[in-house]
Ligand binder design. Sequence first.
Ligand code: ADP
Length: 484
Amino acid sequence: MKRYGLFINGEWTHALQGEFYEVTNPATGEIVGVCADGDEGDVERAVSAAHQAFPVWANRTARERADILRRSYELIVSHKDELGEIMTLEQGKPLAEAYAEVQYAADFVEWSGEEAKRIYGETIPASSPDKRIWVHKQPVGVAAAITPWNFPASMITRKIAPALAAGCPVIIKPAEQTPLTACRLVELFQEAGVPKGVINLITSTRAPSVGSAMLADERVRKIGFTGSTEVGKILMKQAADTMKKVSLELGGHAPFIVFADAELDRAADEVIASKFRNAGQTCVCANRIYVEESIGNAFAERLAQRAKKLKMGNGLEKDVSIGPLIDGNAADKVEGQVKDAINKGAEVIAGGHRHTKVGKNPGEKAHFFEPTVLLQVTDEMEIMQEETFGPVAPIQFFNSEEEVVKKANNNRYGLAAYFYTQDLARAIRVAEGLEFGIVGVNDGAPSTAQAPFGGFKESGLGREGGKYGVEEFLETKYISVNIK
Ligand code: ADP
């Protein structure tokens, strides 16, 4: 079993209070690792180290930073099996998904490293022959990253790779449920040659006080966060006091619209992939399925058949495609939404039940929910308004394009939306009409390292991925030179 300290100024160290906490496997309830439990004092140590490292790192050439990121990419990819297993043990997702996430996480490191070499400035024609206008990009400074448990590797690399590419040192606070993947990743970055103080890691069970300490410190100039809208709002308020740059990747409530002219089998496969990936615990999971009425029952039947075939269990076991939910609270929320829907008239056409023990999994502390499909769903049901974060697909029928786009937009979130149609003109109209940061047209899996990932409305601010992600860690300086 792994035991990790905090990583500060290039060294693994005890938390100031000397405390540790246990990490459990959500599929079994077993303890799979131990991590240091850091607090505000440790944040102070990490910020000081990062602050000291800032000029050193910022003054490395782009080429040197890119080389280190390239080596980090190669190390992550060559440790894909090990990282994937750690991830499944602490997070529960099926191994195949964990391996795919490690590659996705590595892709951000590779792409950001390449972008490091393309942080270009600009010259602008002046209004006077005696002046020169230069636009120069500089790293914003020390960056903090607070990440969730649903993607233990990629939510970290999506923040720290562009930060390092831009020349910013980082302090990472991973989710308390999934610190082991973060610790191993940090070891690999260190092995790749990231200098001391440039990456710091504070694992902790005290997220509110650790977060507040990071945000109160004026030396921290940027906060990158992925998590709930509720916590994102707290962080944005705290960031205001020292006017930090903020990037917030928050909740979502993705509509998945299937028009009658869609290729139904393909669309059904993609709904299943989008909805049930990570047991429904992603912010871009399809959360509302709108199906044109003329094909409604036929499509619902396809979904139910496919959902019933998904094998639920411990993600380490072969053929399992639905792992456990992260904890009891998550299962309570999913169960509550399903009960609310049933009480208000929904019909269960697949799944519908919660379990503690599945297959060979020995635990009673685990929380599973069957892949579930609901019909006769109405807008008054909680599931149509609030994020589910579980394997439940509620289906509602619609009759016109105008009606469904209106319904899709009628939500406080605006992260991802998907639709299936073969009509080109409609594809353009609907893609432009949806108030979402990410739109998949006949594509249920649009996320990729080079594209701008982020939401409209209460789904957040800023973008992660590609050149957009690097831009978030840069300041724009305008230099005016009078040559007279
Ligand atoms: P989730 O529902 O996915 O757990 P959270 O928003 O609660 O989402 O958590 C995302 C990350 O934010 C985790 O690393 C968690 O520890 C951290 N976090 C939770 N509450 C706070 C807070 N008040 N201040 C700073 N970080 C927090």
